[in-house]
Design a protein around this ligand. Structure first.
Ligand SMILES: [Mn+2]
Length: 350
């Protein structure tokens, strides 16, 4: 037994006693949830329903932006209710998943006391000071791993769709075991590999795209410039925020590019994503950039993002100031600007 498994086992009885003594549960994950938040919520719903809790509802604010995540919801039949439709009074227990109640990315007010928290982000400051069951393990790569361990301890059957969801949650949060993982993630990953449906996973990972996807790719290519090993593109106003990290990922595949920053407007905010190959400061740069404009930003060492409210300054002026700040934060020499693609050139024929 690993040390984390041991720690979860020690809290297991308290968790069951405190949560299962209620008749109904609201499982709340962060706004614009990722596969890990969704899969962990789905697994927890299975855990509570096995113990006859009803209603047992998964909920979040925002929407599912990424095509893979929308495909996941469909393929694994994940049932959820938008937070706007939730009446908190209908639930005897509230459980927060893959984030912390005061993290700013969840919709309940600070006055609402939750009953349990399952998370793996290392932000101890946001752990509430009241008495909630604390299943937060910063060493773990995914909340799905914590939920998998709970299901195992409870001897609750994991069917192929739930196994596929949990596997995908662990796979994406650990970038396929390339970052922030521990032994428990690997064990869960291997065990779920044998339980899951690999065809469903393939459909999730290769979702069908709408034509506007190509439109934003086109926009991204037209606005793409490099400054030595730094690349930047702005894709304009987007209907879903996830086009911005998605385009950052695509452009970051280019050879000899250490950094890529992609920005765009969503609603009344400028959003940006930063990717880095080997430097370890993407999160620090995102934080620096966003705070210049009273926005919020941060992330991992090689993947980060930020959001800057446009307020009344106007999109055009904000974009101009943002680009200036970007060059100064990354010490970019504007004169090294190169348009790497000449779209008027014909491709060589043989
Ligand atoms: Mn997670």
């Amino acid at each position: 037994m690993t040390s984390i498994e041991h720690a979860i086992k020690e809290k297991y009885n308290d968790f069951c006693h405190r949560i299962l003594s209620g008749h109904s549960a609201l499982i709340l994950t962060h706004n614009f949830p990722d596969p890990d938040g969704l899969a962990a919520s789905m697994g927890l719903k299975r855990f509570f329903e096995h113990h006859n809790m009803a209603p047992c509802t998964v909920s979040f604010s925002g929407f599912i932006g990424r095509a893979e995540n929308r495909e996941m919801i469909q393929q694994v039949n994940l049932a959820y209710e938008p937070f706007q439709k939730i009446n908190l009074k209908e639930y005897e227990r509230i459980i927060v998943v893959d984030t912390l109640p005061k993290n700013g990315n969840i919709s309940i007010g600070e006055d609402v006391e939750v009953d349990a928290i399952l998370d793996h982000h290392g932000d101890n400051k946001s752990i509430p000071d009241y008495d909630a069951v604390n299943l937060c393990f910063p060493e773990i790569g995914a909340t799905s791993t914590i939920v998998y361990l709970l299901l195992k301890m409870g001897n609750i059957p994991i069917d192929t769709t739930l196994a596929t969801a949990l596997f995908y949650g662990i796979k994406t949060d650990t970038m396929n075991m390339a970052r922030n993982y521990c032994d428990d993630d690997i064990i869960a990953y291997k065990e779920l590999f044998d339980l899951m449906d690999h065809k469903i996973l393939s459909r999730i990972e290769n979702p069908k795209r709408e034509p506007q996807y190509l439109q934003y790719l086109h926009q991204g290519i037209e606005a793409f410039f490099t400054y030595n090993n730094f690349g930047y593109t702005h894709i304009g106003k987007v209907p879903v925020p996830d086009y911005i990290p998605e385009m950052a990922d695509i452009f970051h595949k280019l050879d000899k590019l250490e950094w890529i920053v992609c920005s765009g407007f969503f609603g009344n905010s400028l959003l940006f994503s930063i990717r880095s190959l080997s430097e370890n400061r993407a999160g620090i740069y995102a934080y620096k950039l966003a705070t210049i404009f009273n926005g919020s930003g941060g992330g991992h060492s090689t993947m980060a993002a930020g959001r800057i409210p446009a307020h009344d300054i106007g999109a055009e002026l904000l974009l101009d100031r943002f680009q200036h700040a970007l060059f100064s934060v990354f010490s970019i020499n504007p004169e090294s600007k190169k348009h790497v693609l000449d779209l008027t050139q014909e491709l060589p024929s043989e």
